[in-house]
Design a protein around this ligand. Structure first.
Ligand SMILES: [Fe+2]
Ligand SMILES: [Fe+2]
Length: 157
């Protein structure tokens, strides 16, 4: 995943992650289409998706969502987002323990759809509300997210 840079505010940083993980899903699907029998070769992409999503969800849950909650941004949206993270985590756990093959392909496709839906919610509903919140410093929040993301990525590297 391309390393995030300090010039991004919180929403830009998180959306850069969304785009990067979308590329990984496309990459996985392309491999599955081009060489369906080479399931073991695309497994690393699935595992990369899982680790990127894990870090992304963690920085949202630790930093971004609480900041939005403190700023009074729609609590129902945040609860829904949290529930969707939970659903994604269960799929991630299944993918991480799956052997290469059609079952893994199905799990990755299911996760791709779930993430696509969740990202759309964040993009269309959560980020606009974050941008409209008067007492939310998205630049400072972006710096905090970046610092935590780099620390988490260094820990798993
Ligand atoms: Fe997100
Ligand atoms: Fe999220």
């Amino acid at each position: 995943m391309p390393t995030n840079t300090p010039d991004k505010d919180a929403c830009e940083l998180l959306d850069a992650d969304h785009i990067a993980v979308k590329h990984l899903f496309v990459d996985y699907a392309r491999h599955a289409f081009a060489a369906p029998e080479a399931a073991a070769e695309r497994q690393p992409i699935a595992l990369e998706i899982c680790s990127e999503l894990t870090v992304h969800a963690q920085i949202e849950e630790e930093i971004f969502y609480p900041a939005l909650r403190d700023a009074g941004v729609a609590d129902d949206l945040l609860q829904e987002a949290q529930a969707e993270h939970q659903q994604a985590k269960e799929l991630v756990a299944q993918i991480q323990s799956a052997s290469p093959g059609p079952a893994l392909d199905d799990l990755v496709a299911t996760l791709a759809r779930a993430v696509e839906h969740h990202v759309k919610e964040e993009r269309d509903h959560l980020f606009p509300k974050a941008r409209a919140a008067a007492d939310l410093d998205l630049e400072a929040l972006g710096a905090q997210l970046l610092e935590r993301q780099q620390a988490l990525e260094a820990a798993v590297a």
